[in-house]
Design a binder for this molecule. Structure first.
Ligand SMILES: [Zn+2]
Length: 306
């Protein structure tokens, strides 16, 4: 059974004009899910906010304090040239992280088998001590680290197929050998941090600009599946970024809608083998509205089908 979490405040994280990570991404995706009738079968559920204690298990206390201090009463505050905070940004980020954490609880209690979190801002670039790259809180790392305290969770796998490296997830999870992180990414490319970490629970899969689906599929097959087989995760989390699509204006890969269906089907099959089918996926990148909406729908249909 698939559940979809979102929250209307995720549309209230505002950014400067022409910023690619804009509220329209999520609004267009949700309209697409409604237009295609997908939400008739899988109605949108309201995400809760992540609690401060859970955030503090994964992020430095100073980061949460700094973010809180920098929330403006009006207008926009820059954290770096890419990353901005508006009055409701921290609340939006707390709903995004809360969606993933609720998803983890749902799959661990058996209320759902698969969960997709249609949220923003994205999270996988945020490190333990600092927001960056459009990301404020690292939703997937918060969920992975806190999941280790749940009954029945000894090992977690985080699979990240966004066109950018999940530097924050690697940095935050590297000290937890119970968490396997696999990240495929265009290289060299943003952000260029923690992509050369060599340790058994980190699988970095750099790929050239310009690659198409066949190269992506071969690389994932060669580097991820055997690592998951050895790790035997009780829970699979997915950083679902769709900015490797051919039509995406930010990434330079040439993936098609079908490639996202393929990687999702493979993940679902592995989840069936190792984690009683449990998959919690969260939206990361994807900046062409149409390509994002189509690819995310293929991802959701595949999550729902098996
Ligand atoms: Zn990305």
């Amino acid at each position: 059974m698939l559940r979809i979490y979102t929250h209307e405040d995720c549309l209230e994280h505002l950014v400067p004009e022409h910023h690619p990570e804009r509220p329209a991404r999520l609004a267009f995706l949700i309209e697409h899910l409604e237009r295609t009738g997908f939400t008739k079968d899988y109605p949108l559920q309201v995400a809760p906010q992540i609690g401060k204690v859970l955030m503090g298990h994964a992020h430095d206390a100073t980061l949460i304090h700094q973010l809180t201090e920098r929330v403006p009463e009006a207008g926009l505050t820059p954290i770096d040239p890419d990353t901005w905070i508006s009055p409701k940004s921290l609340i939006a980020a707390r709903y995004a992280a809360g969606a993933v954490w609720q998803g983890v609880q749902d799959v661990m209690t058996g209320e759902a088998t698969r969960v997709f979190c249609a949220v923003r801002p994205p999270g996988h670039h945020a490190e333990s001590g600092g927001p960056m790259g459009f990301c404020l809180l690292n939703s997937i790392a918060i969920a992975a680290i806190n999941a280790l305290a749940l009954p029945g969770v000894q090992r977690v796998a985080v699979l990240d197929f966004d066109v950018h490296h999940g530097n924050g997830t690697v940095e935050m999870c590297r000290k937890h050998p119970e968490i396997l992180v696999c990240s495929s990414f265009q290289h060299p490319f943003y952000p260029g941090r923690y992509h050369d970490v060599v340790q058994s629970n980190i699988v970095n899969t750099p790929l050239d600009a310009g690659i198409a689906g066949d190269t992506f599929r071969r690389a994932i097959e060669a580097s991820w599946w055997s690592a998951i087989e050895s790790h035997q995760p009780d829970l699979i989390l997915v950083s679902a970024g769709f900015d490797g699509h051919r039509e995406d204006p930010v990434g330079n890969w040439n993936l098609e809608d079908d490639d996202y269906g393929w990687v999702t089907a493979e993940i679902v099959a592995l989840a069936g083998q190792y984690s009683s089918g449990r998959v919690v996926s969260v939206l990361e990148g994807g900046y062409d509205l149409n390509a994002l909406a189509r690819s995310a729908l293929v991802h959701l249909e595949t999550l729902a089908s098996a």
